[in-house]
Design a protein around this ligand. Structure first.
Ligand SMILES: C[C@H](O)[C@H](O)[C@H]1CNC2=NC(N)=NC(=O)C2=N1
Length: 110
């Protein structure tokens, strides 16, 4: 199977199955810089990227936004001076889908 960042997002439907904890643990090693946190019972992939100023953080934010639009799968982005927090989860299933891991891997390649 191709590397995670080379894979495509599949059209995610409201009845798509959430990844199980075991499946999540299997996929995490492919995105070692990311953590899984839980907000309101929803597992979320999260990573903080550091930059030397706000302008660079904003440029990176734009790049992630472009990626999200390209694949129609969108993160939560928190942009501050020198850092951007990127959070991926699948809203319509209130959980993690393989798409979230694909998008996290693609984010690492930006
Ligand atoms: C209609 C549109 O494609 C859907 O609402 C998409 C948009 N982007 C999305 N992004 C994420 N992270 N989860 C979703 O369920 C989702 N749904």
């Amino acid at each position: 199977m191709s590397a995670l960042h080379e894979q495509q997002c599949e059209a995610c439907r409201a009845d798509a199955p959430k990844l199980s904890d075991g499946e999540i643990q299997e996929l995490l090693p492919d995105i070692p810089a990311w953590d899984v946190v839980t907000h309101g019972g929803i597992p979320i992939l999260t990573r903080q990227f550091s930059f030397k100023n706000f302008a660079d953080a904003l440029t990176f934010t734009q790049s992630v936004g472009k990626l999200a639009e390209e694949y129609q799968h969108h993160p939560a982005l928190t942009t501050e001076w020198g850092k951007v927090k990127v959070e991926w989860w699948t809203h319509k299933i209130k959980g993690l889908h393989r798409n979230d891991f694909v998008m996290a891997a693609k984010t690492d390649k930006l």
